[in-house]
Write a protein that binds this ligand. Structure first.
Ligand code: ARG
Length: 461
């Protein structure tokens, strides 16, 4: 097949070389971005009188026709072309003849592909952000319902102190809130237009780069043509932010898998988000949570892969950079799928609140509060710690909770205890006494939920 660049060559490319070099099998995903970029380029060329108005109309008409036909399935993106840029240009020339040959004036595939990837990345950031918003919303709905649902808070996966389900989920709200803010940051930093950088050294045509940038919704043109064609930082930033999203989802999935186990029974994943076993009839497995956790690895892999690809590349464009696409496409598609599925899974999940509360009660999560009670009655903290340690030992032997002890039993270990100990160590007291902002107490949680609701209202502004 004749190449765009065939003029200088006397022999055909070896077929294996051709296949190895070609990117059409994956960069065809960029057809809409490629055409959109070309239309802006042509509008600018005509404005600068590098193309006539008639040529402009013909080329834009042709490009719009190609876009329409690809979208309607009337035109197949043939893999006989080297890349999406060659496909669009050759199809245009086939369809409109000579004016089509002027499309590539003042442009290189190097700035063209840099533009296409930026346009694609920008769209994807917007989509990922919309999915994050839905996820945050689902978390907030659960938080709103469960400011009084007591559960054990853990450190070292050992029961530590009582918290509420709202408080636990609030930690994830914070994580995904930061993920959203990272999307906004990346978008802002990457939003400059590389078109006009040429192959590496700009061009001799009097291009109006400000104008092209504006047509394509960028804040302005890139300010160094070498960097313009070889910057992939924004993709690395995105893959890093996506890795973080996956890390957050994966932690949450890990908890859900534990909570969904027979030993915990804190939650029940809906049938529609569970799978069975081909041999064990009793099984209902948390496969979706496991898969999200599992796919985290491949997103981290994409980040490491692109960092490594970029680390040895001299300025400016080198073909290594073509390797950015498959991994970025795969990571982005997977992250979008994972956020959407995860949101569906938690929105349909049942919370077994009685089991959560019983677990908090039976795990000595109020032991710190029992020690604080003694301190409030004049006992030094270190002594109080020792006394409560004895209480815990006693309870473990009798297989009861602290609250199940009689006052006499309490007094046998320390005479300081009085009837009000029961109120002081009730789960409700333990939680609701903690009301500094960020703590699980109901009044603090309500305050935070109010802030989160306002945050989501302002998300789109
Ligand atoms: N397929 C190439 C890429 O993805 C497009 C740019 C090709 N430029 C070149 N000089 N070969 O990077």
């Amino acid at each position: 097949m004749a190449q765009l660049w065939g003029g200088r060559f006397t022999k055909e490319t070896d077929q294996l070389v051709y296949n190895f070099n070609a990117s059409i099998s994956f960069d065809k995903k960029l057809y809409a971005q490629d055409i959109k970029g070309s239309i802006a380029h042509v509008m600018m060329l005509a404005k600068q009188q590098i193309l006539t108005e008639i040529e402009k109309e013909k080329i834009i008409g042709g490009l719009e026709g190609i876009l329409d036909d690809v979208e309607k399935g009337k035109l197949e993106i043939s893999e006989k072309y080297e890349d999406i840029h060659s496909f669009v240009e050759a199809t245009l020339i086939d369809r409109i003849g000579d004016p089509g040959k002027k499309l590539h004036t003042g442009r290189s595939r190097n700035d063209q592909v840099a533009l296409d990837m930026k346009l694609y990345t920008r769209d994807e950031i917007t989509q990922i952000d919309a999915l994050l918003k839905e996820l945050l919303h689902s978390i907030l709905v659960i938080m709103d319902e469960h400011t009084e649902t007591i559960m054990p808070g853990f450190t070292h996966l050992q029961k530590a102190q009582p918290i509420t389900l709202a408080h636990h989920l609030g930690a994830y709200f914070e994580m995904f809130k930061r993920d959203h803010e990272r999307m906004t940051d990346i978008y802002k930093r990457m939003n400059t237009c590389p078109l006009g950088s040429g192959a590496l050294a700009g061009t001799t045509y009097p291009l109006d780069r400000e104008y092209t940038a504006k047509l394509l919704g960028f804040d302005g043109p890139t300010l160094n043509s070498m960097d313009g064609v070889s910057d992939r930082d924004y993709l690395i930033e995105l893959l890093s932010a996506l890795s973080m999203i996956m890390m957050h989802l994966s932690r949450f999935c890990e908890e859900i898998i534990i909570w969904n186990s027979n030993e915990y029974r804190f939650v029940e994943i809906d049938d529609s988000y569970s799978t069975g076993s081909s041999i064990m009839p009793q099984k209902k497995n948390p496969d979706i949570a496991e898969l999200v956790r599992g796919k985290t690895g491949r997103v981290y892999g994409a980040l490491h892969s692109l960092l490594t690809t970029m680390k040895g590349i001299p300025l400016a464009y080198n073909k290594d950079m073509q390797e950015d696409k498959e991994i970025a496409f795969d990571a982005i598609d997977n992250v979008k799928g994972c956020i959407a599925l995860f949101t569906g899974m938690i929105s349909t999940m049942q919370f077994r609140t009685a089991n959560m509360e019983a677990s908090a009660k039976n795990g000595f999560t109020n032991a710190t509060d029992a020690a604080d009670y003694l301190v409030n009655h004049g006992v030094a903290f270190r002594d109080a710690h020792g006394i409560v340690g004895q209480l815990v030992l006693y309870c473990i032997e009798k297989n009861i909770a602290l609250d199940d002890m009689t006052l006499e039993e309490f007094k046998k270990i320390s005479p300081v205890f009085e009837e009000d100990i029961y109120d002081a160590i009730s789960m409700e007291t333990c939680v609701n006494k903690r009301v500094t902002i960020g703590a699980p107490g109901k009044s603090a949680m309500r305050e935070v939920i109010k802030i989160y609701k306002q945050y989501l209202r302002e998300y789109d502004r």
